[in-house]
Design a binder for this molecule. Sequence first.
Ligand SMILES: [Zn+2]
Length: 603
Amino acid sequence: MAGFNQDIIEEIRSRCDIAEIIGSYVQLKRRGSTSFTGLCPFHQEKTPSFHVDGKWQRYHCFGCGKDGDVFRFIMEHENISFPESVRQLAQRCGVILPENDDYDPGAARVNRDLKERLYKVNEEFSAFFVRFLRENPNSPAGIYLQKRGITREVADQFSIGAVPEERYFCLNYGRHLGFTDEDLLAAGICGRAEESGRIYERFTGRLTFAIRNEYGRGVGFSARSLEPKPADGRKYVNTPETMVFKKGMLLYGLPQARESVSKERKIILCEGQMDTIAMHRAGFTNAVAPLGTAFTPEQAKLIKRYADEVSIAFDSDGAGQKAFLRALEYILPLSISLKMIRIPGGKDPDELFTNGGAEAVAAAVSASVPWLEQFKTMLPGLYDMSTPVGRGQAAAFMVSLFALVRNQIELESYIREGAALLQVSEEALYAELGRQRNKERRASEMRGASSAQQKTPPPAPPAPDMPGRSAMLTLFALSVASQENAREISDLLPPEALEEGGILAQALNLLLAAAAAGEPEADTVAALNALLAEKNDSELGRFLLAPPTFSDPVKALNDSVNELLRVTRRRQYTRIAGEMRNCSDPERRLELMKQLQEVLREK
Ligand SMILES: [Zn+2]
């Protein structure tokens, strides 16, 4: 993996959705909430045995055994080297690669530890801010929420809190919790003035909205001033970009929305936090919002992982229209069905809910229109639709949006609707589409010609057969199948049982360690993929995507744990006996003898 920093690899992996990337080469059919199947591109077949899994970000073919992550797929499919695949995917998802960066596994581990500490800082402060607000209902923050009609339940659900007015409160409280100043700076709770080097606080006296990532981990805050004219002139202050707070990659409300989104695979995309909360209060618990900035391609991909349909509830003013067009640009290539919720009177969902209650919001949601219809109503404001020139410009603009659509069937139906809408022929729109695509292809060929070719690294040899492997594989499969199994195995197996066993033992160790988290965290997925990239183990890949089922899982679990304990004891016995043979120191011999007896007794 030399040549690239592991963080860059992870960044690319997290921005690329494997199902979407592979889906652009292979027709994939959804099988479960994150799993897909299709005809294998690596061998001839008539029934699909090629599996892609969004949860683990891996693919596996049950026919030919091809297996890997998104980088491996691009390498094998395009027959290019690993660095080339990194470059290609980086370009595809907009990651800028640093020059001459070296991969450092030690640094990757340090980064993981630091991330964990930053989550902790955010979670501790969030809990405190929520408690502080609850205990001070008559503070400016409390009064503000009462005025907005936000109950304690809603405040708790969204971890809304308040920061004391006291100077250096956060710094002192953080130190009191045992965090270093560096931790507090790295988490963005405090900042350091560039000139004086003095530490300052960001959120003093503000109302805070905790920001969580999709897994519900605390990553930062959005803090609203309660002064009519805030001293620094900023109504909202956000946590700055940190290792865990990457504004463009987060969606506000996603952890609260996940449950209802996963049922229907539909999302409502609002403009801001208060709109999101208003939607949830009105019963639309699938609402999310970008974090006070423009909608990004990464956020579109995040949505794609959870939903097949997005309804946009942006303001209908000029800024809202611009935001709608930008959302189109990022959402259309992902084959997500797209609708527009029109808020009567040009208001936002928050105002609509405040004035009209849940019924008014429900009426607006049920009256949502397909995006093309909304686009049509915008055209007269953008072009002079009474002249041929104006209509031509409108057609070119519309086709530039159609050109983003990758699915041929979708594209054809858009062309049909678009032609009817502009009262032009479908042929004219196809001709315009061809012209735009040729132009784009020429531009991308010019970019591609400058990138260098590199050699493909040899494939890793298959894992050797070692004692305990089948027991370990069984435990691995059981841990993938259920968190409960993983927790139980983790309780039964001493750490030394997984000291040997190569990639498989390390992978199992990762799953056991992650079991407490309840879900495969992004970090676990990343670590597992990094491990399997070092030395590909096709069997492991298969077990990860489709763990075999056991007729008696409890027995399988206990038998395998016992087998692994036996293997471990045998290994310890061999090691101690070997050392005894070569040992001349009587005292050490006695010590080894005792150890040997202990191992034998456990048998
Ligand atoms: Zn295959």
